[in-house]
Write a new protein. Structure first.
Length: 404
């Protein structure tokens, strides 16, 4: 009977790189995937262009994973972003950096090229690939037995890297949670993350496409600040999106208050600017002043219309009540959250296997020797921009380093 040194369940970024690293060091590895090919989640990364990592060293990454960055320190330290960049260069698919965003993509900007390369490497390393092989259960006596269809795969060590629940069309449907629970691991309630937010009485449907590069986004619950973020905000036909919203979405819940300062201007300074300009140039219209403050024309018209202020209202004619309405609409516009984008559009999942039962130095279960977890199946999620794939890959490599 074949007994593998490592059986990897789930061929996403974490699983593939764990398998590759272990096989390069001479271990006998099986990679088990329920879909018909490897790397389905990679295919949808970066809208198909495959944003693999981000500029900066591992220390720069640690604050990009909400409150759980600390558990990733050993992983990101042991396999840093530059090592991933070097890996692709050495294997003939260099990564290129987009200067304005700091994101790294394959030079072809095609996810399929990344998947094809990784598949070829797995085959060259003689990794046994079990495709179309959903895992029904995993048990352990002296070794692990992984049941898939009518097949039993045996291994000394098992890595569960099945991902979360986002993008279920590519196979990530939360399978790993049940596998983990059967070994006694607790699951933090999974929820969509890196996803748009929908609000009640949405008023900006006709402003789709307008964006603000440095909006200040605040989440309030029972009048208490839950989270705050500054980043790009995009108005769409039915929701708020953009990196600033996506990165904050892990904290949002239905009925929370979303407060937006669209240009991140100090409200008192904005009010003072309106008053001072009115004193010096009272004939200037409020519309012209707001244009000079870089608010988009269509957005200005909308804000004035909502507040029933004519566009040609001169600053000298603006009442205190009107001024306060404008300042509030621009700097403290509040919306009640009706729902978050679902798993079909969420880039990642927040929640998952509790990190309390995982050793961060090895990613081995504290409950079952030889059982490891890596990637999005864990209760770890990062900001948009390549941080999630880098974390998954680094975790996968750390697992193999500790098995060797």
């Amino acid at each position: 009977m074949m007994v593998y040194d490592l059986v990897v369940v789930g061929a996403g970024p974490a699983g593939i790189f764990s398998a590759i690293y272990a096989a390069e060091k001479g271990l006998k590895v099986a990679l088990v995937e329920k879909m018909k090919r490897l790397g389905n989640k990679i295919l949808v990364a970066g809208a198909g262009k495959c944003n693999l990592t981000h500029e900066g060293d591992y220390k720069d990454f640690l604050n990009r994973y909400g409150t759980h960055g600390k558990i990733l320190k050993p992983s990101l330290y042991n396999y840093q972003p530059q090592e991933l960049i070097n890996f692709f260069k050495e294997n003939g698919l260099p990564l290129v950096k987009i200067e304005e965003s700091g994101k790294y993509f394959p030079e072809t900007f095609k996810s399929i090229d990344v998947v094809n390369l990784l598949t070829a490497i797995c085959k060259n390393l003689k990794i046994d690939l079990y495709l179309n092989s959903p895992v029904d259960c995993i048990t352990k006596e002296t070794i692990f037995s992984i049941k898939s269809n009518d097949l039993i795969i045996s291994g000394k060590n098992v890595l569960i890297s099945t991902g979360g629940k986002s993008y279920p069309s590519v196979g990530t449907t939360g399978d790993g949670y049940n596998l983990a629970k059967k070994f006694g691991h607790s699951i933090i309630e999974p929820k969509p993350a890196l996803t748009p937010v929908y609000v009640k009485d949405y008023i900006f449907s006709d402003l789709s496409g307008i964006s603000f590069p440095k909006a200040k986004i605040t989440i309030l619950r029972d009048n208490k600040k839950i989270a705050e973020n500054i980043g790009p905000l995009l108005i769409t036909h039915d929701n708020f999106s953009g990196p600033g919203i996506l990165d904050c979405s892990r904290y949002m819940e239905k009925n929370d208050i979303l407060e937006i300062n669209f240009e991140n201007l100090d409200e008192k300074k904005l009010e003072s600017s309106i008053i001072e300009t009115a004193e010096e140039k009272g004939k200037r219209t409020i519309k012209k002043l707001l244009s000079e403050l870089n608010y988009p024309d269509r957005f200005i018209k909308k804000i004035l219309k909502i507040n029933e202020i004519p566009e040609d209202t001169k600053l000298a004619e603006l009442t205190k009540i009107q001024r306060n309405k404008i300042v509030s609409s621009l700097c403290k516009n509040k919306f009640s959250i009706s729902r978050m984008g679902d798993y079909n559009i969420a880039m990642v999942t927040t929640g998952g296997v509790s990190i309390d039962s995982i050793n961060p130095k090895t990613l081995e279960s504290k409950l079952v020797k030889g059982l490891y977890f890596a990637g999005e199946v864990l209760d770890i999620d990062g900001d948009t921009g390549g941080f999630n794939i880098q974390a998954a890959i680094s975790m996968g490599v750390l697992v193999s380093k500790n098995i060797i």
